[in-house]
Design a protein around this ligand. Structure first.
Ligand code: MN
Ligand code: MG
Length: 627
């Protein structure tokens, strides 16, 4: 399920495993693409009944409305990995990008009838891939007249409505607003409010009219976003936008949509269905609220879920007041899937009601890329590939990751330096400014690392191949000790002063399987060294010796800020002590921090960040490890 044996599963992937829900998509029913004759929401022909409708309510459906959904595209249009400069691939055989999703969308419209099919997206559109970065920072769309390739391509698909995701605010409100100017569909977000008011800053909803044999059906589409924007993008939204809770806002917006005559209400909700918040109590509203939305707000028929990057073909949640089932579906992320939601409708006493509903996912790996989308994206693809392969700096030395799992290397020190430095800079004006910063990193890929000489974006990215974002939490001296002991379980018990790497590393973990390289974390200090020995002759839990910070033995109650990736912070690898207060979480990729730092430095010299602070010992004697 991962790209390489070394790749850690992301939090989303772990969630997906836990869900283990019936994946009923898989097969694309069609391969031919068709052009769309009818515009969104126009009066069209009567569809024939569809096989996908299952009875869940009372009465027979006389009409089926189809709602197609994508989410979390993150500026992926083609099935392309920019950092590898090659076709995207992973061990699950997934394909990514809007171009393939568009083929599935167009084929489904042809099958169901374009006039009775709505296409929506649940946000996180303009950030994530190098395409998003390029059009925000290298050739910004603001003030240049450059059309954002996601505007061009989503216009080519013909969306009926798109909701804002939290990442839409990453490059500032001006950038987002320039994108909105360029699209031909409404961009919805009911709960982004003008600063400290109750006025929505973006359209709350749109009503689409669909013709049926029994007259016009009015479909309300509402956009909502996780209120986490208020902290993750504080620097961009403060004094501009406030964020209401999802349930709190829906209780205001849904009645308006109903009052305007909506017979059916769909929410495009950039907020996961698994409850909880990565930001704890820092906001009065939860991060992931799609389940509460279904349970607590009356009048919603279906929710297209986003943000969690989870794969949910179909989920039904009963409203706590009405008992009515709300249909949820989440099409994974980066265009890997398209949700197909079927709402079976019938008129009872003159009023439309949903009498049956079902959903499934289509898999992008069954589709060819849509020619219109590819044509609208070609220029951008070439430009971004050129950028990724362009020189951004020079390195005075090669910094390979090959030996990073058993020795203190410049490659890992660079990652830890950039992480700790970025966190320290961001916390300068907070109440933890001045706290000593530590950082953890692991060697993901033994073949990765920086060459000596010219560095391209791609070289810089090879140090950190995954999409983890940077977090920081409060941490104590006792946490440091416990964490390092946990990490040191990666080593086999060895009583010798010479050992081959394979006889030392990847010891069996508690599950009986070898601990992967990505679960061996190396910790380092920023302003002063964190020094320690790992005594592999000792049993697990008793291996860390001579632990010191700035040359002084580490006190259990010493206070630190720990820079950590979101995978660890979210429980990946089950490392201890990470439940302290979150003090930094901008939802920005560590890889991107490294790329920007290299570009800023111009010349990378290990003298700035590399010191040998930890070593492998056996009964106190230094161990020499051979590759
Ligand atoms: Mn996302
Ligand atoms: Mg998101």
């Amino acid at each position: 399920m991962t790209t390489t044996p070394e790749q850690p599963p992301t939090a989303a992937m772990r969630r997906r495993t836990l869900l283990a829900s019936a994946f009923v998509g898989g097969a694309a029913l069609f391969t031919a693409s068709c052009s769309r004759e009818d515009g969104p929401g126009r009066i069209g022909r009567t569809p024939r009944p569809t096989a996908g409708t299952e009875g869940t309510g009372s009465g027979e459906a006389t009409f089926t409305l189809t709602v197609l959904g994508t989410t979390d595209l993150h500026s992926y249009v083609l099935n392309w990995d920019y950092f590898k400069d090659a076709e995207f691939s992973d061990d699950d055989g997934n394909h990514i990008g809007l171009a393939k999703a568009a083929t599935l969308i167009k084929a489904m419209r042809a099958e169901r009838g374009a006039a009775t099919t709505l296409t929506i997206d649940a946000g996180d559109t303009i950030q994530g891939s190098p395409v998003g970065f390029y059009y925000a920072r290298i050739e910004p769309i603001v003030g240049t007249g450059t059309v954002h390739p996601l505007a061009a391509t989503m216009n080519a698909v013909g969306y009926d409505a798109v909701a804002l995701g939290n990442h839409e605010f990453n490059y500032g409100v001006d950038h987002l607003n320039a994108f909105i100017e360029q699209v031909e569909f409404p961009v919805l977000c009911a709960n982004a409010l003008e600063w400290q008011t109750t006025t929505s800053a973006y359209p709350e909803y749109v009503i689409k009219e669909v013709e049926t044999p029994e007259g016009v059906l009015k479909v309300g589409i509402v956009g909502l976003v996780t209120p986490g924007c208020a902290i993750w993008d504080k620097a961009n939204v403060e004094n501009k936008l406030s964020f209401n809770g999802i349930v709190e806002q829906a209780k205001i917006t849904i009645p308006k949509v109903k009052a305007e005559g909506a017979d059916v209400v769909i929410v495009s909700c950039h907020s996961g269905s698994n409850q909880g918040s990565s930001y704890g109590d820092a906001l009065p509203f939860p991060e992931n609220a799609s389940t509460e939305l279904a349970e607590q707000v009356d009048g919603i028929d279906a929710i297209l879920v986003g943000h969690a990057h989870a794969e949910i073909p179909e989920q039904k949640i009963a409203n706590l007041t009405t008992g009515k089932e709300v249909l949820l579906s989440e099409p994974y992320f980066w265009g890997r899937r398209v949700s197909v939601m079927n709402l079976g409708l019938a008129k009872q006493d003159g009023a439309w009601g949903v009498v049956s509903s079902s959903a499934s996912l289509l898999n992008a790996n069954t589709a060819e890329p849509d020619a219109d989308v590819v044509a609208a994206f070609n220029d951008a693809h070439g430009k971004v590939r050129g950028y990724i392969n362009s020189a951004i700096g020079t390195s005075t030395a090669a910094m390979p990751l090959a030996a990073a799992r058993y020795s203190d290397t410049a490659a890992i020190d660079l990652i830890n330096y950039v992480q700790a430095h970025s966190v320290q800079k961001a916390l300068a004006a907070t109440d933890v400014a001045g706290w000593p910063v530590l950082s953890i990193a692991a060697a993901f890929i033994r073949e990765g690392g920086l060459p000596a000489g010219e560095l391209t974006v791609r070289n810089a990215a090879s140090l950190y191949t995954f999409d983890n974002t940077l977090n920081a939490v409060k941490f104590t001296g006792a946490n440091v000790k416990e964490y390092l002991e946990f990490s040191a379980a990666y080593f086999k018990q060895v009583d010798a002063t010479e050992v081959a790497a394979d006889d030392l590393t990847n010891a069996d973990g508690p599950d009986g399987r070898p601990i992967p390289d990505y679960n061996y974390d190396i910790m380092g200090g920023l302003d002063a060294p964190l020094t320690y020995d790992i005594d592999v002759a000792k049993p697990v839990g008793q291996r860390i010796a001579n632990l010191a910070y700035d040359g002084q033995p580490l006190a259990d109650d010493a206070n630190f800020v720990l820079a950590v990736n979101n995978y660890r912070a979210g429980g990946g690898g089950n490392f201890p002590g990470l439940d302290g207060e979150v003090v930094f979480n901008e939802q920005k990729e560590i890889r991107q921090f490294i790329i920007e730092w290299v570009a800023e430095q111009k010349t990378i010299d290990p003298a700035l960040f590399h010191t040998v602070d930890w070593r492998i010992v056996s009964n106190g004697r230094v161990v020499s490890v051979t590759a």
